[in-house]
Write a protein that binds this ligand. Sequence first.
Ligand code: CP
Length: 301
Amino acid sequence: NKHIISISDLSRDELELIVATAHKLKREPQPELLRNKVVASCFFEASTRTRLSFETAVQRLGGSVIGFDTAGNTSLAQKGETLADSVKVISSYTDAFFMRHPKEGAARLASEFSAVPVINGGDGSNQHPTQTLLDLYTIYETQGTLEGLKVAFVGDLKYGRTVHSLAQALSLFNCEFYFISPDALSMPEYLCEELMDAGVKFTKVGTIEEVVAELDILYMTRVQKERFDPTEYQHMKSNYVLSASMLAEVKPTLKVLHPLPRVDEITNDVDSTQHAYYFEQAENGVYARQALLALVLSEQL
Ligand code: CP
């Protein structure tokens, strides 16, 4: 089984293959590729994009989906069944098991009990590898390369699992990073050490304005409200807000990305600039997840 729990479960070659496959699938739909395949989609935490783009991806490849969008009505929630037992049973019905869970490590645990590949759709503040695949594809689509780009990550770099996965993936492509966050929400130490060991150049910066003119990608994130108590959240939110006027002197090719949902960290006037690309990025979730499914289920295109 090829489980996808962390972005580091994929090599640079595999990442490039998924990006190329996503690009192909966007242009040449394959409505029969997953014919007779059944995939589980089990969400123990809220989602709009990840769940719906994953389920669209499966259905547009001719496969079908079983699962739940909240665990509330399951035997796990109502009758005290363990995650391990639930996974053993659900995986026996399906060809792949896609899940999101609020606890770090839940997808790794599930992979130990699953008869089929487990794909992590986000585990707490840890990893969100399929978001990274669509981010990589979007960066490739807009920049024509993944190599040697200057990328700023802004916002909640501590709890933002999309940032953790994307920084690890881009570190394989000689990119240079700027980290912009409140001190209390800075990139976890273990990730900084990992980047240093890999020889990746990164700088902590105080404001977006200091570096925006140099950037190829400005990756905005929201403060992860669900990981804070309410008083702490009020202090942390709205620290970094991007507005259209801040994009006056940037490279014409700069793209602003955001995994979404946004709260108030990108003002609406950015949406109509040539730099906004977050809604196209969300659409690319379908193609990137299709490409991953093709790889994991060893389907030939
Ligand atoms: N980007 C992302 O993971 O969005 P959802 O929480 O809506 O799935």
